[in-house]
Design a protein around this ligand. Structure first.
Ligand code: HSE
Length: 455
């Protein structure tokens, strides 16, 4: 050993491969050096010795791939790394042990490169929720066939360690429900509307000007970003195959300031929740604006913050709150996944072997049972409230509380907002009742409902 080591030092230049063999370092190839990629470099450099101590080996970036070679990367000199133009070539390179995918997108280069890495026997760490929501089961199988990790903590709620908590800390529990505020943009908008008494459109415009919301915000405010995260949480919680296409999705674009105020008067706040829950009809996966009781912990999660709560049979209730986006919180999760690999902790992506993930059995939304907030613009004349009450009674819907406001427009007495909260009822009954109210001409505009989550 002694003579070989001496020969190594004296007879040849020390190559990257030689250093790797001598130090047992874990070599990373990072594809995508945008906000999160730069955050990962920041973290790995700032905490290099601590991370090496904690993992028992150094973690080094050896190669990178990004759109532009000349872009500024938060002051990092990327010339020190081997450059790849093609993420697939980086994924297959002998210079790396772990492929860190920070490109994004459900298909295209991200998918091709992740598949290439897994096929080449490289561990994968990704922040790509769209990729996992659409191809999670197939990629998990591929990872297992190759005996490598597919880690995705950063894909679900940014800096919140919910994947690890569910995969490891709750491994002995049966999960009953997992739910959360999974989109910071929506939470920011709803929080501002409530706190400042402003309309949705006005707050959205400001959020875009401040860079909190995307120029095309549909993906966030339409609930699709949150649904990607729900798809991953469902598989982790219930051991089912990932099924994004079956998720019921409603965004926050129709929530009015009046809804927020009415809900407030009745003891609730409105949040965009993502929920996965086992019912007698199957597993509900849903994303929609939701009334949550003001005294529930999740009601206090405001602004850009995310939170994920789990009801589990032994651990009971827990909730993790934190930043769901941003360079450093997301980098924190990416690096935690890398550290696991460095420590030799390789677990099935969704907590159980991919071949044992059960087909997802969808619960129909019509079979959903819960409370509802209903907003009606009733004609302001005798008998309308009685007619509505009778329709609800015919559908076996029991009313918990009612608020009738004055006329919508001062001095005009044609219509009046009529708000009610129901006891738990079947969604199919609620839809039938609202259809009748509309069809029989009791309301001047389309009746609206918002689901209530019992917490
Ligand atoms: N756009 C997301 C949000 C962060 O607003 O929370 C990334 O999923």
């Amino acid at each position: 050993m002694k003579s070989r080591a001496r020969k190594f030092i004296t007879a040849r230049p020390i190559t990257n491969v030689a250093i790797h063999l001598m130090t047992n370092q874990l070599r990373l190839g990072i594809a995508g050096l945008g906000t999160v990629g730069t955050g990962v470099l920041d973290l790995l450099i700032r905490h290099e010795p601590t991370i090496a101590d904690r993992c028992g080996r150094p973690i080094v970036v050896t190669a990178v791939c990004a759109r532009s070679r000349s872009a500024k990367r938060g002051g990092h000199d990327i010339k020190a790394f081997t450059w790849f133009d093609d993420p697939v070539a980086l994924a297959e390179s002998d210079e790396i042990d772990v492929f860190v995918e920070l490109i994004g997108g459900e298909d295209g280069p991200a998918k091709a490169a992740v598949e290439a890495a897994l096929n080449a026997g490289k561990h994968v760490v990704t922040a790509n929720k769209a990729l996992l929501a659409h191809h999670g089961t197939a990629l998990a199988k591929l990872a297992e066939q190759s005996g490598v990790a597919l880690n995705f903590e950063a894909a679900v709620a940014g800096g919140i360690p919910i994947v690890k908590s569910m995969r490891e800390s709750l491994a002995g529990n049966q999960v009953i429900r997992v739910f959360g505020i999974l989109n910071g943009t929506c939470n920011y908008i709803l929080t501002k509307m409530e706190a400042e008494g402003r309309d949705f459109a006005e707050v959205l415009k400001e959020a875009q000007e401040l860079g909190y919301a995307e120029a095309d915000p549909e993906f966030d405010i339409g609930g699709f970003d949150a649904a990607h995260k729900v798809a991953c949480l469902t598989a982790l919680a219930f051991g089912t195959q990932v099924d994004y296409a079956s998720i019921y999705v409603e965004g926050i674009e129709h929530i009015t300031l009046a809804d927020i105020r009415n809900a407030g008067d009745l003891g609730y706040k409105i949040k965009l929740l993502g929920v996965a829950v086992e019912t007698s009809d199957g597993i509900e996966q849903r994303v929609h604006p939701t009334l949550v009781p003001k005294n529930s912990p999740i009601a206090d999660v405001d602004g850009v913050f995310n939170a994920v709560a789990v009801n589990a049979d032994f651990a009971d209730e827990l909730m993790l709150e934190g930043r769901g986006a941003g360079a450093h919180p997301t980098a924190s999760s990416v690096v935690a996944d890398i550290c696991d690999i460095a420590r030799g902790i390789i677990l099935p992506a969704f907590g159980i072997p991919a071949s044992r993930l059960k087909p997802y059995q969808r619960a129909r939304m019509r079979a959903h049972e819960g409370g509802y907030y209903v907003s009606l613009e009733l004609y302001d004349k005798p008998g309308e409230v009685a007619a509505v009450a009778s329709i609800f009674s015919d559908s076996d819907i029991s009313i918990e509380s009612i608020v009738q406001r004055g006329p919508t427009v001062a001095g005009v007495r044609d219509t009046a907002p009529f708000i009610l909260i129901t006891h738990d009822t079947l969604e199919s009954a609620m839809r039938t009742a609202l259809k009748r109210i509309e069809g029989e001409g009791h309301a001047a505009s389309r009746p609206r409902m918002i689901r209530i989550e019992r917490l």
